[in-house]
Write a protein that binds this ligand. Sequence first.
Ligand code: NAD
Length: 433
Amino acid sequence: MNIAVIGTGYVGLVTGVSLAEVGHHVTCVDVDNDKISSLRKGNITIWEPGLEELLQKNITHGKLFFTTAHAIACENAQIIIIAVGTPENEDGSANLRYVEQAIIDIANTITHRVTIVVKSTVPVGTAHRMCTILQENLQHGVSVELVSNPEFLREGSAIEDAFRGDRIVIGADTLSAFDVMEEVYRPFRIPIYKTDVRSAEMIKYASNAFLATKISFINEIAAICEQVGANVDLVAAGMGMDKRIGDKFLKAGIGFGGSCFPKDTKALIQMARNVGYDFEILNRVVEVNERQKVLLVEKLLERFGSLEGKQIAVLGLSFKPNTNDIREAASITITERLIRHGAKVIGYDPIAIEYAKNRLNEQMTYAKDLEAAVSGCDAALILTEWDEIKEVDVRVYHVMKTPIVLDGRNCYPPEIMAQHHIEYHSIGRPSAG
Ligand code: NAD
């Protein structure tokens, strides 16, 4: 099939590449000239395992194209997928200006019947509203069908998720739209769940809100574990053996970040508010997460009294491992807070340093590796559980002024740290050293 993808960020690029990989003819369009010229050369603009190889392969095989012109992308497309960003407005609601612009761009270019697929995460009712805007702007005689197809990929394992996801959700109003979408996704052999458009839109928000709730829940348990002398990792493992609970998303730590959970939880709260409903649990989930993000700074203040002049290493800057994405990463909040307390911050991340520089350049210095980051420091904070950090020989911390490690991701067994005489504080587990 001929498919156009609008927006080549994390979702659009992975979608375009994976659709080309299963045999479709895909043209991706973006308003960002630099991104498009880099992608045309086969260079990825995000760090995602396995993505660059598939990108280059499908460009070479003539199945994947990039352009900045919507008219070129949409010209012969049977399907147009919208994958532009839906960032957060000040009140927490989803900002739909990029989606609206994409709809206008489509309306201005298409001259034939197409199926338009909203993959961006949008509040319930948006697809139908966009359909109305579209109908008003379409050339006479052109008709469209609108489908909701929310995305569930996880950054860091996006390619794996595209080919081995748990389900593909399709929300549509007509049988013909379901048929077209089944043709698009049949090669993936992933179960397709068909529903109405509004329910599909809600599935995305409800899923993210539920996962965020699991994280804040285990973080509340962790806070109690610290007080009563239990170990939250052991508790979570025991809970996760119950199939009704499941062992995923039960990792205590410094909370969730990234471009989805923080904004999607707030957007759902706002969506509920708009219909007069107070989503009490979710309000608390967000509050707990805010508290969790700065927990290590509080522990540090408790330990040192004042952070004035202290040299602190911040290990892991991306919001989670295997991505360069630092949107809503705990590293941003924590670094800003440390600097406000007068600390000198040295950052290290295996991949995300260049991206962090855009956001935090003035505020911190960067080290070339973990050892250089912690060398001579008063304390080290672990913010992202990269394998490189988890698997390091912990004796590396002896190059610090004082080996004090505050671990926001529970990377090391406390007994190992005690054995090596490293003072060690983690989340919801007994301290060591
Ligand atoms: P992103 O910010 O990485 O990428 C969006 C891209 O769209 C940018 O490259 C931007 O230049 C481009 N763009 C904006 N307006 C355009 C237009 N009119 N025409 C062409 N291109 C345009 O965003 P993302 O992380 O890929 O997220 C996209 C959507 O998918 C969001 O709604 C997000 O909530 C949702 N989502 C994201 C993830 C994730 O892990 N990142 C997972 C699931 C769902």
